[in-house]
Design a protein around this ligand. Structure first.
Ligand SMILES: Cc1cc2nc3c(=O)[nH]c(=O)nc-3n(C[C@H](O)[C@H](O)[C@H](O)COP(=O)(O)O)c2cc1C
Length: 216
């Protein structure tokens, strides 16, 4: 068999990248701690199927513990302009004591994440955790399913255990100027999500076109 690459086909090689983060929006997950105070967990492993949003969260984070215990959360979509505030939260955790491997990686306990990031809480309508005023889209949600990614029982403290959490959107709040006036549509020309791409923060580029299913 001839293995000579065809012209115009890029040369391929096998790589072993440390992460497989090809690019997803950053969300700030708000949950309630046991004492009723709010926590914010930056995350990027979140995607939607109809009214369900699937969240991939480390089981030793405070956000996953809170979401599963309380059965609710708010999924706040961060705009690109917020990246420095998001990064202020990057080394923080609401978990006390900080898991050993996270402490070794420079993480520290932060009970006041809104103040630490310079973000503003707004009361939600349906769920307990607050919304984040600076995020153009905030989704109040309830948790409908959760399981550990490795098939083992929920393992708090294990470095590599992840939870796959299914949240059902109950109410979507939007900044007026991020919507098309008088409709339920997002104005995609104005929505500039913060993207997390291989541990870099990026902004989206130009609009290339729309799918045949687009209604706005
Ligand atoms: C931009 C960004 C994206 C992240 N994405 C995720 C993610 O998808 N899942 C996850 O478990 N942790 C993610 N993290 C790490 C958590 O934010 C981190 O573990 C944090 O300590 C969680 O806080 P908590 O323990 O108070 O919930 C991300 C961090 C940043 C800065």
């Amino acid at each position: 068999m001839d293995h000579t690459p065809a012209p115009n086909i890029p040369v391929h090689r096998i790589i072993d990248p440390p992460v497989l983060y090809f690019g997803t929006p950053v969300v700030l997950l708000t949950t309630l701690n046991l004492d009723g105070s709010p926590n914010i967990s930056p995350m990027s492993s979140a995607w939607a199927l109809n009214d369900r949003i699937v969240l991939g969260l480390a089981t030793n984070g405070q956000g996953s513990e809170n979401a599963v215990r309380e059965g609710e959360c708010v999924i706040n979509y961060a705009p690109a302009s917020l990246w420095e505030k998001v990064e202020r939260l990057a080394r923080t955790t609401g978990r006390n004591p900080v898991p050993e491997y996270k402490a070794a990686g420079g993480y520290y306990y932060e009970p006041h994440k809104f103040d630490a990031a310079g973000l503003t809480p707004l009361p939600s309508d349906i769920v307990g955790p607050p919304r984040i005023a600076e995020c153009p889209f905030q989704i109040e949600a309830r948790i409908v399913a959760a399981h550990a990614s490795d098939g083992h029982p929920w393992t708090i403290g294990c470095e590599h255990a992840f939870a796959i959490i299914e949240a059902q959107a109950l109410r979507v709040h939007a900044h007026e100027e991020a919507t098309l006036a008088g409709t339920d549509h997002v104005d995609v020309s104005r929505w500039k999500p913060l993207l997390y791409v291989f541990r870099h923060y990026l902004e989206v580029g130009r609009d290339l076109g729309r799918t045949f299913k687009a209604t706005a």
